[in-house]
Design a protein around this ligand. Structure first.
Ligand code: PLP
Length: 352
């Protein structure tokens, strides 16, 4: 009998990365059949990679320790030094990946602002470098779905279809940072394979809303994934008996996407409660998945507000100095979200 190691009275809404592996994951990890994955001999990793490729309708997949490593392997493979990477102005690859677009791939991010984080072909096309010898050339279009810093907003399929077609005509590869692509898929009611079919490569995380303790996947063509194995090794990401992690990843992929709608409903509840407060500035239209971002009128730094919530057992994050962020996930149920909304409302109302 595995004890319930997840029992905790604190309501942690900082991120879906705080999710702990489920009891079923812990049991599968304990029993995982493993081998040396650098030799390609870990049965659980091989099963996970085959399953991820199948779900995304691709030839190949590779298990990587983090989403950041997956994105950066992809950027390195799609580009050449001295090129530009088009991305949204608050993209994760820009703000949270340690300048690796430049440091590792030798490229410059060319940022484009999207409406609620959604980039259209029209905006992307305008940012593609003219084909002339005296301009750095565009090497890659890198997009994000759902868009974390825009509040978990979702890019619909028709927007992508136009981008895929435009990028193909322009001869440019496309990469999706799909850290939370299952959230986007659930919100849109479209399978991940269809929602991502036109991207050259896709990274998605097992370790966020899907609750695996560690790991992300990169999917693409067989040949491209073989090249990704070398870059993963360059970065020190060749793992040995990684099957203990892949075993949890398999359950994450099989079982967890089907419950994500609960997180979305809980985020909506939190957002609606916050919107009732006169101190709160929130764009409810951005609350499409499991993320809620809002500002407090006249408050330039939310740190003291977050500290007061924490004293009362509710931990929230800051998306920027002046923005509170709540992220719902498997370890906070409806009752916890009701309690968090009540605590947040009391703290915020006390601001005056
Ligand atoms: C949109 C997005 N992409 C990539 C990542 C990177 O994932 P990791 O923390 O596993 O490196 C994150 C993590 O929060 C994310 O939100």
């Amino acid at each position: 009998m595995v004890p319930d190691l997840n029992a905790d009275t604190t309501i942690d809404l900082r991120s879906d990365t705080v999710t702990k592996p489920t009891i079923a994951m812990r049991a599968a990890m304990a029993e995982a059949e493993v081998g040396d994955d650098v030799y390609g001999e870990d049965p659980a990793v091989n099963r996970l990679e085959a399953f991820a490729a199948e779900i995304f309708g691709r030839e190949g997949a590779i298990f990587v320790p983090t989403g950041t490593m997956g994105n950066q392997i992809a950027i390195r493979l799609h580009t050449q030094h001295g090129q530009e990477v088009i991305c949204e102005s608050r993209a994760h690859i820009l703000d949270w990946e340690m300048a690796m677009v430049s440091a590792f791939s030798g490229c410059m991010p060319r940022t484009v602002a999207g409406e609620r984080g959604v980039l259209t072909w029209e905006r992307i096309q305008a940012a593609i470098a003219p084909k002339t010898y005296y301009r750095a050339q565009t090497g890659l279009i890198a997009l994000e779905n759902s868009h974390n810093m825009a509040g978990g907003t979702v890019t619909p399929l028709d927007v992508y279809e136009e981008i895929w077609s435009g990028a193909r005509d322009a001869g440019l590869p496309t990469h999706l940072d799909g850290a939370r692509v299952f959230n986007a898929s659930v919100a849109l009611g479209i399978p991940v394979a269809e929602l991502t079919s036109g991207f050259s490569s896709v990274m998605f995380c097992l370790s966020k809303g899907l609750c695996a303790p560690v790991g992300s996947m990169l999917v693409g063509s067989r040949r491209w994934i073989e090249r990704a194995r070398s870059v993963r090794k360059m970065l020190g990401g060749g793992m040995r008996q990684a099957g203990v992690l892949a075993a949890a990843g398999l359950i994450a992929l099989e079982e967890m996407p089907k419950r994500l709608h609960e997180d979305h409903a809980n985020a909506k509840l939190l957002a609606e409660r916050m919107a009732e407060l006169k101190q709160v500035e929130i764009d409810l239209a951005t609350v499409q998945t499991n993320i809620v971002i809002f500002k407090l009128r006249g408050v330039a730094d939310v740190t003291p507000v977050l500290a007061k919530m924490k004293e009362r057992g509710v931990i929230a994050g800051a998306a920027a100095t002046d923005q509170v962020r709540f992220v719902t996930h498997n370890d906070v149920d409806r009752a916890a979200c009701e309690r968090a909304a009540a605590v947040a409302a009391e703290v915020i109302t006390a601001i005056g």
